[in-house]
Design a protein around this ligand. Structure first.
Ligand code: ADP
Length: 242
């Protein structure tokens, strides 16, 4: 369980997060939705320990993690994988080189790395692209490489930061289908942030609606979708379908 207690974050005069409380159950596929500037990326960076909150606490189960430093922080970060809208891949490396990167820095042996890469290529269904350069791949294939890299060290949580926002509707569906399969097969917790309600509807079980740095609504996706309570949720629900 990921737990946020009273998390706040300011950038100069901008209050990006204002006393956010949130509980994300283990093994869930959880959506955080809000329009641009609502504070989603800030929340994700704090949850994934890339940034410290100004106040409040972040817990993973019984362990408080926002105070971790040095090796403890490094080891905890290895329990998480992240994918992004712009893929964040290394253009100087081919597909295999991108996927092996986290395993190399974690100090795995060559044989372990090679075996794991084959497994990962198979999981994300791009085995035929193992030697391809990134410029030869479509957006969807790049995101599959990024997912393989994020999963390389067997994380417990996969954070998806607007992971399908740069993709066309059909590719979005196939990537969301892959995320859903991974969640089911690997039992991994997935936290997905997006401004698109249809993305949440396609894959998530539960969601929280973020507006101006505050969680204004949370619950099961179906319930929020059918009966949004706040203006922020209503605005997000009334958008086009995929
Ligand atoms: P979202 O992901 O929902 O679009 P963000 O978390 O990126 O929202 O941003 C929330 C608010 O915090 C915005 O007003 C944004 O301009 C501000 N903000 C985010 N990161 C920074 C930063 N590193 N420096 C200054 N302001 C920031």
């Amino acid at each position: 369980m990921i737990i946020l207690k009273g998390v706040s974050k300011k950038y100069a005069a901008v209050c990006a997060l204002d006393k956010v409380d949130l509980k994300i159950p283990d093994g869930s596929i959880y959506g955080i939705i809000g329009k641009s500037g609502a504070g989603k990326s800030t929340l994700l960076r704090i949850m994934s320990l890339l940034e410290e909150p100004d106040s409040g606490e972040v817990w993973y189960g019984n362990e408080r993690v926002d105070i971790l430093k040095g090796r403890g922080l490094l080891l905890h970060r290895r329990r998480m994988g992240m994918i992004f809208q712009n893929f964040n891949l290394f253009s100087s490396r081919d597909v295999t080189g991108n996927i092996t990167y986290p395993l190399e820095i974690a100090g795995f042996h060559k044989k372990q790395i090679n075996d794991r890469v084959e497994e990962l290529l198979d999981i994300v269904q791009i085995s035929d692209k193992r030697k391809a350069r990134l410029r030869e791949l479509s957006g969807g294939q790049k995101q599959r490489v990024a997912i393989a890299r994020a999963l390389a060290a067997n994380p417990e949580v996969l954070f998806c930061d607007e992971a399908t926002s740069a993709l066309d509707p059909q590719t979005t569906r196939s990537i969301l289908g892959l995320i859903r399969d991974l969640h089911r097969k690997l039992g991994i917790t997935v936290v997905l942030i997006t401004h698109q309600m249809e993305v949440i509807k396609e894959v998530c079980e539960e969601l929280a609606v973020l507006d101006e740095g505050r969680i204004v609504e949370q619950g099961m996706v179906e319930a929020v979708f059918v009966r949004p309570q706040t203006l922020a949720a209503k605005e997000l629900v009334h958008v086009r379908q995929l």
